[in-house]
Ligand binder design. Sequence first.
Ligand code: ANZ
Ligand code: ZN
Length: 800
Amino acid sequence: MYDFKKIEKKWQDKWDKEKTFKTGEDKSKKKFYGLVEFPYPSGAGMHIGHVKAYAGLEVISRKRRMEGYNVLFPIGFDAFGLPTENYAIKTKTHPRIVTDNNIKTFTKQLKQMGFSFDYDRAVDTTDEKYYKWTQWIFLKMFEHGLVFRDKTLVNFCPSCRVVLSNEDSQGGKCDICHNEVVQREKDVWYLRITEYADKLLEGLKEVDYLPNIKVQQENWIGKSTGAMVDFKIKGSKEKLKVYTTRPDTLFGVTFMVIAPEHPLVDKMSKKITNMDEILAYREEAKKKTEFERVELQKDKTGVEIKGIKAIDPVNGVEIPVFVADYVMMGYGTGAIMAVPAHDQRDYDFAKKFGIDIIEVIKGGDISKEAYTGDGEMVNSDWLNGVDNKKEAIEKMVDFLVKNKVGEKAIQFKMKDWAFNRQRYWGEPIPLVHCPHCGIVPVPYEELPLKLPPLEKFEAGTDGESPLAKMDSFVNCKCPKCGKDAKRETDTMPQWAGSSWYFLRYIDPHNDNELASKEELKYWLPVDWYNGGMEHVTRHVIYSRFWHHFLYDIGVVPTKEPYAKRTAQGLVLGPDGDKMSKSKGNVVDPLEVINEYGADTLRAYILFMGEYGLECPWNENGIKGVSRFLDRVYNYQNKLNDEKGFTKKLEPIINKTIKKVSNDFESMKYNTAISSLMILLNEYDKYETITKDDYRVFLTLLNPIAPHITEELNEIALHNKEISSQEWPKYDESKCADEEVTVSCSVNGKLRATISVPTNITADEQAKIAKEQENMKKYIDGHEIVKEIVIPGRIVNIVVK
Ligand code: ANZ
Ligand code: ZN
């Protein structure tokens, strides 16, 4: 095997010393901003997932430089948050020291991979000079009414002792420790992200995100259109307002349900005759997570509110009202009109409690289950006979508006963003609680509000922030009235620093602004952002929200931060399972580098399968790639002195340039690499090849395996570095596949002609022939008894 250790070290040192991949200053050049998700520098260092995540845009960035772009390809560290803090607690080292050490190790490891980041622009979210601007943006949001405090039930992780947003507790599990979360009442800071719901949805129209990424974002935002409808409470001035997407079903309402926490219970407490039962049910509901409550399959529970009745506004019918935990306080109005015939949850509930089920849309069999489809209206008085979707919804909304009992309404699934943690290792929230002035922002000039050094940074069991115990931090003077006041002691969540880091890369050392207008104008938007699917609904939404806000206040020049977003698939263990320490199937990239070299690891990770899909690690696969690079290396001894390309190789060289160029752009790295393998096989048919044959091969391979290709380029070709050369161009006229015409017949009668590559196999040719419409016409429905196939000439199918 070639001496990869020596070669890789040599080139990495050179790149480091000469700052080969430093971002250019020339603003007259066209730009490319490639962004990868920055890591949190955990104690475990770089894992194989980072390698795959970064290798993708690494290839694109190297190619862009060779195409003449000014390239910004930065890296940094998302170092606040629980992973670092928990690691610090475990190793009894201060998080500051842990962070600094981890960043050093991580940087070293990234360089060992040969990644062409501009390391001089590295940002660290825990650096005071960085989080000064995180706090600044927060204060701007405060100034614009996007920060508010509310007491609510929150998702609380008892083991991490933090409040989690819905995004961080999906499926009722803590995203950090995977334990069950519970519901707790707490004072929480929120960012009013819901105010941006429409903009975030609209903005998706102008960006190039993978379709599944767009869909996930749309679902997360969850826009729904329907109506608000008021139901009177009999004999009272109170009204029960519901949100429904199905006003067409109003004649089918046979009961109502309110969330156990709904304020109507307290308002009507004098009339309600079974308060005890209802309050007991409310306590039970508090113990459940939202996930448990809304689960479709779950057994429905609830209690009828005795002593009150609601009145259906369309027909005056009196109906019972229940509390049940499948209705959530946080969506719509926290109350629903239940239509058991056409909603499965209402159906299950009605069956259990013996409530009437009235069909109002024809089409299903409601003796078995709810019918949720569309159809003709029945049992609905003046709506009978019309189509529910095409007419009834609109007619009913008109009726509601005319009678002042309802109106059209829009709801979003997305909730406001719980924006605080009771932990030490985060950005201090720059607000002051003053007994006279209320909540007062820390003046901009006083930023950064520094996180004080603290010996005991472990969270208490009371769920209070460790900062709360530090009097010197807590006690302060009110910035407004100068009297004694107290600082907010919660810190910002993990996601704060990563909501704008891509802006800081653009101008990382600016002390006066988060980044200069001129730089922002040149570099934004990010041209291509690659990362994990798991970040699509949190980080990507959050950062789009911050960016839209910054756009609205004139700080950034584009609405959307990322013009394009893609995602890599997971690298699975050799056993096909998700890598995990407990399963012992973790592949350590440093061991692989040590045994095979970084170039082999880079090439293998991109070769192992389709980039966007999950793929298991395969030791034989990496050996194969390693042998391939060895063969590339040995070609330095097979060069002749002829000029240009070997004549006969010209077509395949042109085709390979075209294929590799296009495949890189669509992230089909695996097929790009296999076409390079095929090209090398072609070269093998010759005793010797020309230097140009070799040069073009090395150039195409360079973004994938930069060290070995630079080395060979230097020692065998004596050229200037590949990284400063131009990306190869191809001659389209030489790319055309040579094709021949093949006649296809059924039972000897000519039915179609097809054009196929000269080197087609018999199987491929037969397959194409049988796919022709006019062939199918004579084959389908018959038994094929014989296929006569001569590649490049004929196909004859004999049928009975
Ligand atoms: C009557 C009805 C009849 C409904 C029917 C559905 C089908 P999306 O599409 O997700 O917006 N709903 C409203 N608020 C709720 C809450 N806080 N907790 C639980 N369920 C709630 O769903 C809106 C529908 O979900 C609403 O329309 C309401 O039930 C229910 F055949 O109203 B519907
Ligand atoms: Zn004050």
